[in-house]
Design a protein around this ligand. Structure first.
Ligand code: ZN
Length: 150
C-alpha cells in the first residue's frame, strides 16, 4: 500500500512552509508565467542569465503545497547550472514524476522527494508546472517576452 504521507515528505512540507528564492527578482532578464488549471496553481519564474549560465532564479506564485515546494526546490537545483543542464534535469524530473522512469532517481538529490507523485496522476502537473515555466523562460527568444504555459 502506498502511504499518502509519502507524497508529503518532510522536505516538501518544509519548502512549502518556507519557500526558497521566493519573490520578484530584480534584474531578471527573462520572466515567464505558468498556470495549472487542474489545481489552480499559478507561478511566475524569473531568470537571470550570465551567458548560458543561470546566475539567479526566483519565483512568485500561489498554489498547492506540491507546486510551491516544487518551485522552491527547482530554484535551488538549477541555480548555477547552464540552461542545457537545467533542461536535462527537467527531463529526468519529468520522467520520474510521470512514472516513465518507473522508479525514484536518487541522482536527482532532493528532487527525489517528489518520486511519490507518480502514484497521483492528478498531482503531476502541480510538480511539473514550475519546470515547464522555467523551460519557457529558457526557450524565450526575446528577453522581455512573457510566456504562458498551460
Ligand atoms: Zn497543485
Amino acid at each position: 500500500m502506498f502511504d499518502l504521507a509519502d507524497l508529503y515528505q518532510q522536505l516538501i512540507l518544509d519548502h512549502n512552509r518556507s519557500p526558497r528564492n521566493h519573490g520578484r527578482l530584480d534584474g531578471a532578464g527573462r520572466r515567464s508565467e505558468g498556470y495549472n488549471p487542474l489545481c489552480g496553481d499559478r507561478v511566475t519564474v524569473y531568470l537571470a542569465l550570465d551567458g548560458e549560465v543561470i546566475s539567479d532564479v526566483a519565483f512568485e506564485g500561489v498554489g498547492c503545497a506540491i507546486s510551491t515546494a516544487a518551485a522552491s526546490l527547482m530554484t535551488e537545483a538549477v541555480k548555477g547550472m547552464t540552461m542545457s543542464e537545467a533542461t536535462a534535469l527537467f527531463e529526468r524530473f519529468r520522467a520520474m514524476v510521470t512514472g516513465e522512469a518507473d522508479h525514484g532517481d536518487e541522482s536527482l538529490g532532493k528532487l527525489d522527494a517528489f518520486a511519490g507523485v507518480r502514484n497521483y496522476p492528478a498531482r503531476v502537473k502541480c510538480a511539473t508546472l514550475v519546470w515547464h515555466t522555467l523551460k519557457a523562460a529558457i526557450d524565450a527568444e526575446d528577453e522581455d517576452e512573457v510566456v504562458t504555459t498551460e
